[in-house]
Design a protein around this ligand. Sequence first.
Ligand code: NI
Length: 167
Amino acid sequence: MAVYDIVKYPAVILRKKAKTVKDISSYQREFLDNMVETMYNDEVTVGLAAQQVNLDTKLIVIDARDEKGLIKLINPVIKHREGRLVVMEEGCMSLPGVTVNVIRSPKVVIEAKNERGQPINIEAEGFLARVLQHEIDHLNGKLIIDYLNPAKKALLAISYRLKNKSA
Ligand code: NI
């Protein structure tokens, strides 16, 4: 097992659409395990997408610290959204020091494959639903700052670049 370095904004890979996994091999399984180790290496992190550790492939790991526990998903897709949209502040390991109010569905149904290549469905609500949507956004090259209006986004990008230049 290994802890990967986290890719930070504005790295190009964070904007790429992740590729669909065709054959699930020991490589993907080992990569998922290392993603899990990387996620648990940071106490507050509840999810990670492959692009954040420099692989543009549809793999995510999540542990929303709830009864569903650790979830590893291959090729996850949102099949259904339900309920009145909810706003909540989110952060992201790839955008240190940044929080954004993000509007999301309170209930989702996800279709994916597990590590053995079997199709699975996950019905999630509340915080887990939010984390799943955040990580699937990553696979589509979308970040929390994309939920800001253009003026706020431009300002945030400038201050972020200044802060991270001096760091
Ligand atoms: Ni993130």
